[in-house]
Design a protein around this ligand. Structure first.
Ligand code: NAD
Length: 425
């Protein structure tokens, strides 16, 4: 992922934005400021492996911008993690929080590691070491990390435990330093499926506005936290899930899969390939295996990249046949792909809107910790719907006025909030 690419997309709205506000000098200043993060932290994490050897891992935390509130953003464990990727994602978090109108800034973190090659104890020790290294820079009023790719509630629980140990405190408010914790450890109901729930809410609003008729066909790349939960929600709403995939490959059936049965099968086999579960049965005659590349190029109504970034790029953008792309992964399209697809008339529902359910419920978790409250899942999803509907309506209204693509509109809504705040500084 290239930061310049993403920022270029953002720069494209500068002149448009100037047409909407008075103080052009402040706009120029703001763009200059937003081109750089406020802080980039790089840490080296020694880990004693089970064979007794010490291995050093690289970790990052980029605190991009805090004009609107404390930094917020996930931590990912991935072998290809690098500074440029984390910086890009931290920038997108800044824009996302502003778009959704959360009193939060943007950050992102990561460790360059393949967690599949570590034992559970090694992952725990590495996670605790990461907290020790970034301790001074995080806290409920400074920076609040959360889970992302290959990190989960268990890891957040270890991290918050380490944070409390160093703080020498049992104050529940300090638990708001991390979100995405387990329910038993003051996490929020609904956090696990929040990003997917948000995707469903946004897609449903879009389908309603465009007056599209169901069943609409859907292909989802990625069957993890986001992809699987979204598949479940969309299945319940009458969408036809014709293709699903994980890192080892995918499956296709024109009948549409039942995601819960597919997940049961995947758990048994360790992969999604071969899990042809339609209705209430799994049978070899009901589907076929496809590659991840094929999945992206299927002739479907809605394509959902829900795995990695840059999966649609200049090599395959021309071959995409979907009419709508719901970006559940962060930054799944390169700048070139975005341009090609927009020209082709594909409607792209941008990541900063589509997958923002995760950070919204993270914010609810912070509120619950800080006020010593516990909300049930109904309340969490009700509040989530309020935030997302407001953001969607705002985007839709401006789209009607400006007639530019949804990503640019989302950038404008976010920028307006950052601009108002910056003007007051
Ligand atoms: P996850 O680790 O739970 O799942 C990732 C899935 O992608 C797995 O099924 C994995 O097998 C699959 N995958 C990995 N490499 C692949 C490849 N090359 N081709 C196809 N599939 C591949 O992660 P997640 O939490 O579901 O996150 C997925 C995406 O959504 C990421 O981009 C993440 O940043 C974004 N996101 C997550 C949240 C959240 O709350 N979890 C919120 C917002 C955005």
């Amino acid at each position: 992922m290239i930061f310049e690419d993403t920022f270029k997309k953002f720069l494209e709205i500068k002149e448009l934005f100037k047409g909407l506000v008075k103080d052009h000098k402040k706009v120029e200043e703001l763009f200059k400021i937003l081109e750089k993060p406020q802080r980039e932290i790089k840490v080296y994490l020694p880990l004693e492996r089970e064979n007794g050897e010490i291995e050093i891992f690289e970790g990052y935390r980029v605190q991009y911008n805090n004009f609107l509130g404390p930094y917020k953003g996930g931590i990912r464990y991935f072998p290809e993690v690098n500074e440029d990727e984390i910086k890009t994602l931290a920038f997108l978090m800044t824009i996302k929080c502003a778009l959704i109108n959360l009193p939060l800034g943007g950050a992102k973190g990561g460790i360059k590691v393949d967690p599949k090659k570590l034992s559970e104890k090694e992952i725990e020790n590495l996670s605790r070491e990461y907290v020790r290294k970034i301790y001074d820079f995080i806290g409920p009023n400074k920076d609040i990390p959360a889970p992302d790719i290959n990190t989960n509630a268990k890891i957040m629980d270890w991290m918050v435990d380490e944070y409390l140990k160093i703080s020498n405190s049992k104050d529940i408010k300090l638990k708001a330093t991390f979100t995405g914790k387990s329910i038993e450890n003051d996490g929020s109901e609904g956090r696990e499926s929040a990003a997917a729930k948000g995707g469903e809410i946004i897609l449903e609003r879009f389908v309603e506005k465009m007056n599209l008729q169901k069943p609409l066909t859907v292909a989802i790349q990625g069957f993890g936290n986001v992809g699987y939960n979204l598949a479940k929600f969309l299945y319940q709403k009458g969408y036809k899930l014709v293709a699903l995939s994980d890192s080892k490959g995918g499956i296709y059936s024109k009948e549409g899969f039942n995601p819960e049965l597919v997940m049961e099968c995947k758990k048994g086999k360790g992969m999604i390939a071969g899990c042809y579960c339609v209705g209430s049965v799994c049978d070899i005659r009901l589907g076929r295996d496809i590659s991840n590349e094929e999945l992206l190029e299927l002739d479907v109504d809605i394509l959902v990249p829900a795995a990695l970034e840059n999966v649609v790029n200049e090599k395959n953008a021309d071959k995409i046949k979907a009419k709508i792309i719901l970006e559940m992964a962060n930054n799944p399209l390169t700048e070139e792909a975005d341009e090609i697809l927009n020209k082709k008339g594909v409607i792209i529902i941008p990541d900063i809107l589509a997958n923002s359910g995760g950070v919204i419920v993270s914010y609810f978790e912070m509120i619950q910790n800080l006020n010593n409250e516990k909300w049930n899942k109904e309340k969490v999803f009700e509040e989530l719907e309020k935030y997302l509907s407001k953001a969607f309506d705002e985007v839709w209204q401006i789209k009607g006025k400006l007639n530019v693509d949804l990503r640019k509109v989302a950038f404008i809504v976010a920028l307006k909030r950052l601009y108002e705040k910056y003007k007051m500084k």
